[in-house]
Design a protein around this ligand. Structure first.
Ligand code: NOJ
Length: 542
């Protein structure tokens, strides 16, 4: 077993974590300050979303220099101190590699766009004609460049031009950038949007899939044949022979191809899958017409499929990250008690097979932001979708309804440390408003309460980190068709754990006999009944 299989990973969105400079934006010194807090959660690694120099059009996922630290987050000396202070606590720092695209302010792009025959002319994807591809953030995936008199391709925002991985010089420059961080002692990489790096050999229009006459770029370029040749080279030049882990975003990798992507014969250690978090989006309509209705059995199947597909490899378990609404508002029915719900999800997070990824604030049971005006939202994709929805005929009220439910800013509001001004996040003006529940929900209050969500996370983490069965035991789902309960076991030899979660807001009967010989080890209700109460989650040991 590797170190990263035995502990959890804590994801930090540095911009919203802790501001020590008073400028309203979190920074690396803020992360250093809170290392003991992260240690108290039992985490073995911290994944930092991008901290490189960036115009912040997409909050750092638009990188202007891969081997720098954005001054708003601190200096390289702060970063080195973070690595060594974290190491002293047995925590590794994991960097986010955003290699599908750069910022349009990157020196490489500035040179590439300057003429058709400069040395970097072929570092991005340039065409005389555009196709009908729609970018992931909406609108055409092609942008006209006056200077060069050509279009360039951008899978995401116009300010995020796609790199040309077909050019070996580009690939080498990216490997050099990653190895710069390897030399500084990072513990691994989270790899962004990697399924899009290889484009099809011919650029053809796709099938029009909505009123704008465009065709989703995702369906055209995700996991293009031959992508694994690039990824094998990437692995050989950057990951092989190092004590690090890799976890890549894998929207679009088919389960039957998984063995080529992860595990002993794969290119990465883990893949973030999307099926269980995108389940409410499966009806294919525009985001503003979507509901979050789905059957529990479908959600359980998504998780079980992933668990089963990674029996020979490893799985990153997650319910939240910086791109998703908060999990307590997403996976439980309206009317559920939010504290019980946060603990119930945590119970699943720590007892499935794989490495638990905790997203900042999840360990406190944070809820979605409640901004009433689109002007309070910062996220480029939220604002883009709001405009598209309005153009599609929705009123401000209707459009705000989906924004409040699905915006990525739901997860990006500042960390809530205490009851002081701005929840102790900043002494200045927070770059995104602090959630107005901060006086009731913050670290200081939860530290003191033995029954808090935070202390529940700590207990769960101790339980998992000290149990071989919970770390490596086999997963089996029971009663997959049950629409009220999620029940699964983890087994190794004659030892077994069972997790039972009631996803309803009412009492549910316990399926007969399953608890015979079992003893309750933890749960979000302190006592025990022979039925399950609303949102009850319990772990039994056999
Ligand atoms: C996935 C990242 O998680 C998201 O925040 C970003 O907008 C896109 N990739 C583009 O880099």
């Amino acid at each position: 077993m590797n170190w990263w299989q035995k502990k959890s990973v804590y994801q930090i969105y540095p911009k919203s974590f802790l501001d020590t400079a008073g400028n309203g934006t979190g920074d690396l010194r803020g992360v250093i300050k809170k290392l003991d807090y992260i240690k108290s959660l039992g985490a073995g690694a911290i994944w930092l979303t991008p901290i490189y120099d960036s115009p912040q059009v997409d909050n750092g996922y638009d990188i202007a220099d891969y081997t720098s630290i954005d001054p708003r987050f601190g200096t390289m000396a702060d970063f080195d101190e973070l690595i060594s202070e974290a190491k002293a606590r047995d925590i590794k720092i994991v960097m986010d590699l955003v290699f599908n695209h750069t910022s349009d302010r990157h020196a490489w792009f500035k040179e590439s766009k300057s003429s058709r025959n400069n040395p970097k002319a072929d570092w991005y994807i340039w065409r005389d004609e555009k196709t009908n591809w729609r970018s992931i953030f909406g609108g055409s995936a092609w942008e006209w460049c006056e200077e060069r008199q050509q279009y360039y391709l951008h899978t995401f925002a116009t300010a995020q031009p796609d790199l040309n991985w077909a050019n070996p010089e580009v690939r080498q420059a990216l490997y050099d950038a990653a190895n710069f961080w390897n030399k500084r002692g990072v513990g691994g990489f989270r790899i962004d949007a990697i399924v899009y790096i290889k484009k099809p050999s011919e650029f053809k229009d796709g099938i029009v899939d909505s009123d704008d006459g465009l065709s989703s770029i995702h369906n055209i370029i995700a996991a293009t044949d031959g992508i694994l040749d690039y990824l094998r080279e990437f692995k050989e030049k950057v990951f092989d022979g190092r004590d690090i882990f890799t976890v890549a975003e894998a929207n679009g990798v088919k389960p039957e191809n998984l063995s080529e992507w992860v595990g002993d014969n794969g290119v990465f250690d883990m893949l973030f899958e999307f099926s269980h978090v995108n389940i409410m989006f499966s009806n294919g309509v525009e985001i503003w017409h979507r509901s979050n209705l789905y059957k529990l059995s479908e959600w359980k199947k998504a998780l079980s499929d992933s668990q089963n597909a990674t029996r020979e490899s490893w799985y990153p378990i997650y319910f939240e990250n910086h791109d998703r609404p908060r999990s307590v508002n997403t996976f439980f029915p309206a009317g559920s008690d939010k504290i019980l719900a946060a603990k119930a999800l945590a119970t699943i997070l720590f007892t499935l097979r794989g490495t638990p990824f905790i997203y900042q604030g999840e360990e406190l049971g944070f809820e979605n932001a409640k901004f009433n005006s689109i002007d309070d939202y910062d996220d480029i994709s939220t604002r883009g979708n709001y405009d598209l929805a309005r153009a599609d005929g929705l009123s401000d009220k209707q459009a705000m309804k989906f924004v409040q439910k699905f915006s990525r800013d739901n997860a990006r509001t500042p960390m809530q440390w205490d009851t002081s001004k701005n929840a102790g996040f900043t002494s200045g003006k927070a770059w995104l408003p602090v959630h107005d529940d901060f006086t009731a929900c913050n670290v200081e209050i939860q530290e003191k309460n033995p029954d808090s969500v935070l202390n529940f996370y700590r207990k769960l983490s101790k339980l998992r980190n000290s149990s071989d069965v919970l770390i490596s035991g086999e997963y089996e789902e029971l009663y997959p068709e049950n629409e009220e309960l999620y029940i699964f076991t983890r087994k190794s030899g004659d030892k077994k754990f069972m997790t039972i979660v009631n996803f309803t807001t009412h009492e549910v009967e316990m399926p007969a006999q399953i608890l015979k010989g079992g003893k309750k080890v933890m749960g979000n209700y302190s006592d025990e009944k022979n039925y399950l109460r609303a949102t009850e989650a319990t772990i039994y040991e056999f």
